[in-house]
Design a protein around this ligand. Structure first.
Ligand code: ADP
Ligand code: MG
Ligand code: ZN
Length: 490
């Protein structure tokens, strides 16, 4: 190992990173937050606009009730305290995609505060990450640049102007890029479960700004932070933070100082760039929005919204572990999305052995999905299909080996398990002589069980059926086996 990297490792352990995340989530309403324009993604530029979201003088905002309900639901899912009265404020700044010259947001009296998310830590166990606040705001428009080196043309699309956002601000409780990644994963999972956003990062429905500073280990005061803006995947957030922490360490180790600034992450180069210094950019001159009344969400309304809160991922995992006898790891995979968990539970409840269903997902499905680079939602074999296959193995109708072959075929043909099974179903052995021969062999090999049966324990017939099925590699007709066995034993 070179001395350079040893020095870097030493410097690395001398400092502790401090990270806080600001996440913008687009709320899934059909219309915008202060007008009736559509929020549809991908509409032709400047077609979903009106005097309100264009910021024309004299136009008045009217708050969308559904936006409030979604934001309250998200706040509850994040364990926040809801304020009965919160205030909209104007955040003033100039930008070409902001025609009003201010963004309507919430400032000193946000909708919700004092929440938290529990994350898994690398060493095992959980850690509670505080959520400072969740507030409502409107999105700005979008600038589009055309041309190669210097943009030759710039365009403004105001379709997005006035799209409802919930901004979720974490406490500076995160201590590593890995923890930040875990926090974002859990946050997204929770929001998806509530159904208030699709959290689609490609379409900008979930955006993350990462704040990071370092301090000598053991020091109480935080260092000066930088903010990395608009990173568009969780993986990139982690990479950007790793880079930025290294950069800050280098600056300090060389005797320099960190400037408080906004930086951009270039994922192709894997590094961050200074964009603007924060001191200047941050004089927003917030003041209460005179065109909107305080937002009042009284107890009664809160209770009504609370009824819509679904079982959240963490609670669901624990329940599933108890209910189906599966491991926490199984439960983690199976609750990745609400719809997957719903599908699993529906299938598992109908199956003979729910644990077998979970096992097959882990042992047969996940590996094949990974090899084909598919998410579990894209699996050719549905949860119902897995449950169906589990029942077949349980009853001995097919062997483990056959199941594997059928799974291979299902993936090859992109067909669900029952379809492939119907087509490929192993030829059943139904002729009496062959089955009787197998029965004789099984009986001869199981004198103890025979004795028990003769002594009156007739339920042990199940054992014999199983043995015969096994001997026939699952191909014997189970009804025939039953019938002939009864005759022989009786
Ligand atoms: P600003 O006014 O610059 O936006 P805030 O106090 O609103 O700063 O905090 C924004 C985010 O930065 C929050 O998520 C917070 O947890 C985080 N944060 C604040 N101070 C620090 C720090 N010294 N190091 C890392 N993160 C920080
Ligand atoms: Mg901020
Ligand atoms: Zn509008």
């Amino acid at each position: 190992m070179s001395t350079v990297s040893e020095a870097a490792v030493q410097a690395g352990s001398k400092y502790e990173p401090v990270i806080g995340l600001e996440v913008h989530v687009q709320l899934l309403t059909a219309t915008k937050i202060f007008c009736a324009c559509s929020t549809q993604f991908g509409a032709p530029p400047n077609t979903n606009v009106c005097p309100v979201c264009l910021g024309l003088p004299g136009a008045l905002p009217v708050l969308n009730r559904q936006v409030v309900e979604f934001a309250v639901l998200a706040s509850m899912a994040l364990n926040c305290r809801i304020s009965e009265a919160s205030i909209f404020a104007r955040k003033n700044y100039f930008y070409p995609d902001l025609p009003k010259g201010y963004q309507i947001s919430q400032y000193d009296r946000p909708l919700a505060e004092h929440g938290y998310i529990d994350i898994e830590t690398a060493v095992g166990g959980t850690k509670r990450i505080g959520i400072t606040r969740l507030h409502l705001e409107e999105d700005a428009g979008k600038s589009l640049h055309e041309g190669f080196s210097d943009a030759e043309h710039s365009y403004i699309d105001l379709n997005r102007s006035g799209t409802p956002l919930a901004e979720i601000v974490s406490e500076p409780d995160l201590r590593s890029p890995e923890e930040a990644f875990e926090y974002l994963t859990r946050l997204k999972e929770i929001i998806l479960y509530t159904g208030v956003s699709d959290c689609n990062m490609e379409e900008g429905s979930l955006r993350c700004d990462a704040n990071v500073s370092i301090r000598p280990r053991g020091q109480k005061e935080f260092g000066t932070k930088t903010e990395i803006k608009n990173v568009n995947s969780f993986r990139f957030v982690r990479q950007a933070l790793e880079y930025e922490i290294e950069r800050q360490i280098e600056v300090l180790e060389e005797g320099g100082r960190i400037t408080q600034e906004t930086r951009l992450y270039n994922s192709t180069e894997g590094r961050t760039y200074g964009m603007r210094s924060k001191e200047h950019a941050h004089d927003y001159r917030y003041f209460p929005e005179p065109d909107l009344l305080p937002l009042v969400v009284d107890r009664a309304w809160q209770e009504k919204i609370k009824d819509k809160l679904p079982e959240l991922p963490e609670a669901r995992r624990s329940r599933m572990v108890n209910e189906y006898g599966i491991t926490m790891q199984d439960a983690g995979v199976l609750t990745a999305t609400r719809s997957l968990a719903d599908q699993f539970e529906e299938a598992a409840r109908a199956a003979k052995n729910p644990k077998k269903v979970a096992n097959l997902v882990q042992s047969e499905l996940m590996g094949r999905l990974k090899a084909k680079n598919l998410e579990i939602e894209q699996s050719p074999i549905s949860m119902k299909g897995v449950a169906f296959s589990a029942d077949l193995v349980e009853s001995g109708a097919i062997s483990g080996k056959m199941l594997k072959d059928l799974y291979d075929l299902a993936f090859e043909r992109s067909q669900d398990f029952p379809v492939v099974y119907e087509k490929e179903k192993p030829q059943q052995i139904s002729d009496d002589a062959t089955i009787e021969k197998m029965i004789d062999e099984v009986i001869a090999a199981s004198p103890k069980q025979l004795e028990q049966y003769r002594a009156g324990k007739t339920t042990i017939i199940g054992f014999f059926v199983g043995q015969v099925m096994k001997a026939s590699k699952g191909q014997a007709n189970p009804e025939k086996v039953n019938e002939l066995l009864k005759k022989k034993l009786g």
